[in-house]
Design a protein around this ligand. Sequence first.
Ligand code: ATP
Ligand code: MG
Length: 927
Amino acid sequence: MTASEIRKAFLDFFASKGHLIVPSAPIVVKNDPTLMFTNAGMNQFKDVFLGEAPAKAPRVADTQRCLRVSGKHNDLEEVGVDTYHHTMFEMLGNWSFGDYFKKDAIAWSWELLTEVYKLDKNRLYVTYFEGDEKEGLEKDTETFDLWKQFVDESHILPGNKKDNFWEMGETGPCGPCSEIHFDSRPDNERAEVSGATLVNADHDQVIEIWNNVFMQFNRVKDGSLHQLPAKHVDTGMGFERLVRVLQGKTSNYDSDVFQPMISFIAEKSGIKYNAAAKPGDEDWAAAVAMRVLADHIRAVSFAIADGQLPASNKAGYVIRRILRRAVRYSYQTLGFKEPFFNQLVPLLAEQFKGVFDELYSQKDFVQKVVLEEETAFLRTLAAGIRRFNEYVLPIQRIGVINIVDPETDMRELDDTKRNNAEDIANHRLSGNFAFELSDTYGFPIDLTELMAREKGWTVDIEGYEKALQAQKLRSRAATAVDTGDWVVLRGGDNTHFIGYDEIYTQTDILKYRTVTANGKKQYQLVLAETPFYAESGGQVGDTGVITTEWYDETKGNLTFEVTDTKKENGLIIHYATLQPYYTEDGPAEWTLPNPMPTRVYAGINQGHRIMTNANHSATHLLHAALKELLGEHVNQKGSLVNPDQLRFDFSHFAKVTDDEIESLERIVNQKVREGIPLKEERNVWYNDAIASGVTALFGEKYGDRVRVITFDDNYSKELCGGTHVKNTAEIGFFKITGESAVAAGVRRIEAITGYHSQDFIQNQARQIKGLKELLKNPADLSASIENLIQENQRLKKEQEKAVLLKASGLKDDLAKKAQEINGVNFIAERVELPNADAIKNLAYQLKDIVPNLYLVLAAEINGKPNITVMIADNLVKEKGLHAGNIVKELAKEVKGGGGGQPFFATAGGSDAGGLANALDKAKSFIS
Ligand code: ATP
Ligand code: MG
C-alpha cells in the first residue's frame, strides 16, 4: 500500500464504523496560553472533553498535523538521530465522545491492524495500565480481558503510570491507556530475544504505533480524581510509523513518505544516503543531516502555511530555531553554501496536495519566506562557525596542556578564554560565549548545544541564561510594572458584550485591580456588561468613560477614563485612569472610596469608534479589491485598524504598481459611493458560511458558530468579529497613502478614510497651489519644474566652463611672472579660483610649460585659505626640494596644516589673512 492508500484506508475504516471525518486543525494554536502548537489529535477537542462545548458528532476521526518541538512533548533532539520521531507528523485518530468505550475501541483497532492492514499478529504487542497504589487507581483488568480475546497473553504487557496513564496536563481529563507496539526485527533476532522485553525500552525496531486513551477521570486542583460524567475514547496513531511497518521498512525515512525528499537531497548534494550508517561511521553525519532536512522542512512549511512566520520570540522563534538548525546541517554537513533548504518546499507541497491543501495553495509564499530566512542566516552562519571553531579548537588543545602546566598555558590565553579556565578543564562552553553566538551570529542555544555535543562538549546553560537575563534586565529596567490583585465587587466572571448594538450602558463593576507603571496609577476594570470593543482581529480597543452612579457631595462622581480595552483569557478588561476632581486650587487626585461603588455608566468614545468602523469596513473593501485586481493568491497576513488609519498586510510577490494603487482606490471608492448597507449575520454555522463563499483566514481557528460581515453578496463576505459602518457611504473617501514590503512575499498597504483622507487631499492641493504660485502659475507644473532643473544643470556646466577658461588665461599670465633664482623658475602668486580642483589643474598645466618650476599658489575658497605647492621632478631629485615639507611650513602662516608628495602638496587652514605671509616665506626655501 502507498502512504496515501494507507491514510485513506484508516479514514474509510472509521467512516464505516459511523465516524464523522473532520479536517485537521491548524498546527499553530491560537487563544490557548498553555500550548503553542498542536501536539496531539485531541487538542482541537479539548473543550469537548472539559464539557465546555458540545461535540460535533458522537464519533469522529481525522488525520491531524502535529508538532512536537516545545513544551511537554518535545522530540527535537531525537529527530534525525533516530528513525521514528519527527518534528511534524500526522496523527491518525478516532474519538468517541461519551459513545463507545474500551470494547469497541480495542476490537476496531485490532480489526484495522490485522484484517485491513494485515499486520503480522506475532509482531504486535499491546499494553494495559497496571494500576497505581498512591493514586488509588486499580489495575485495568477490563482492558486486559478485552485484549485476551484477540492476543496471546505473552503479548499483553502491564505498564506503569508514566507509559499507561495519559493526562492532558496538571488538571483536566485523563485516564488509563493501551498502546500497540510493533516488532520489526528479523526472525533470528526475535527468536533470541523476546520482543516483550523491548517494548517501551527505546529500541528503534520495537516501536509504539498507536495509543488508545480511555478518558474517564477529571483531575482537579487538589490532585484528586473524579469520574467524568461521560466516558470518552481518544486515540492517536503515528501515520509515518504505520506506513513504515506496513511497507516492511526499518526506518520511517525508507518509506514513501520520506524517500522522494531524501533522494532529492542526496542528488543535489552529491552525497549518497546510507540508511544503515551507525554512529561513528564515516557517512553517519550526512545521513543524520539528510533526515533532519527531510523532517524539518515539514515543521517549518506547515507552521508558515498556518500563519506562523519565523520571528524573534515565542512561537515564531521556535520555528526560526528549527529552520536555522536545518540550515546549519545543510551548510556544514551537506556542503550547500547557497540557499538550498527552501527548494524542498515545492516537493513537500506536491506531496500533501489533496491532504493538507493549505500548503499547496501557498507554496510560493512559503518558499519565499524560507528562502529569505535562510539567506539571512547564511550571512552570519559561516562567521559564527568560524568563531565557534576558533574558540573550541584552541581550548581543546590548550585544555589538555592546561592540566599539565596551568601557569604557562594561562598566559597563552586571551582574556575571554582565561575567564573560562574552569570551563576548559570541564569541556564546557562558557555561558558568555554561548550568548555571544546567539546575540552576534543568531545561533539559537539548542544549535550551539548540538554543535558542542558533536565535539564532545557541553554548554553552561545556566551561565547562558544569566547572560540572557542580564541583557533583558538592561533593556527593561525602565519599564517596571506592578500589578495588584483583583478586588472582586460582584460575583461572576462573564462580561456580556453589547457593543455591536449599543454604545452606552448602565452596569456593575465585577472586579478591578490597580496597576502602577512608572509611578503612575492605572486601573483595570471588568464590567458585567460592556459596549467597549476589546482589541482583536487587528481592530484597536475602544476608548471612553466609566462613571460611578455614586457621588461625593463635594468631589462629584468617580470617573474613569478608559484609554484601551483588551481581552485576557476571554475577559474584557478596560484599561483606565482616574479623572481628577476639581477644587479651588485646581485638580486633585482621588483616593478610591471604601467601599468601592459598583454601579456605573459606561459609554464609549463615539468619534473613536466611528472612525475605526470606517477604517475596518474599508479594510474589507480593500481585501476584496486586492483579490479582484491582483488574484486569489492574495491572503490577509495581518491588519491594523485604528481611528487614524488602516494597514493591511497580504501575500503578493511584486510591488503593487502606481497604476494598481489607483485601480484599487477606484474599485473601493466605487463601492463607497454605491452606499452598500452592512449585512451582519451572527451565529452562522461555520460550514454554511464557508459554503456561501466567505473569506476565512489561513491558520485561524473558528468556532462552529461564526459572524459574517457582508458588503454586497457578490463583493465582500468575511468572517469577522469587528465593528463596522452601517453603510459603506460612511467611509467617505478612501485614499491609499503607502505601499511597502514587510517580509518576503508580504506587502503592506496603508490607507485613510473619512475626514483624514479629506485633510490629506486638502494638504496636497495646498502644496501644489503653493508651488504653482511660486512658478507663476504655469500651464503645466511638471514641465515647468523639469525646465527649472534643466536650466540649473545648464548653468552649472557653463560655470564650470568659465572657470576653466579663466584658469587657462591665468596660466599664461603666471608663466610670464616666473622669476629665475639659482636655476629655479619661481612663481608665488595669489589666484582667484572657486575650488581646489581648478587650482590643481592650473598647477599641473604650469608644470608642463614652465621648466624647473617651483610654484606656490595661494587662494581663498569659501573664506578658507588654501595653499598649493608644485615642484618640477628634476628639482626634487637634484635640489632635494620637497613640496610636502614646504607646504607644512607655509601652512603655519594660515593656522593650518597639510602635506603630500615631493612634487605636489596642498594645505588648508583657518586664517586667510596669513596667505600673503605664506607667499613671502615661499622664496626662502630656494635662496
Ligand atoms: P513515543 O514514546 O514513541 O515518543 P508517545 O508516547 O510520545 O510515543 P503518544 O503521545 O501516545 O506517543 O502519541 C500517539 C502516537 O503518535 C504514538 O503512538 C506514535 O505512533 C505517534 N508519535 C508520537 N510522537 C511522535 C513523533 N515525534 N513522531 C512521529 N510519531 C509520533
Ligand atoms: Mg513521545
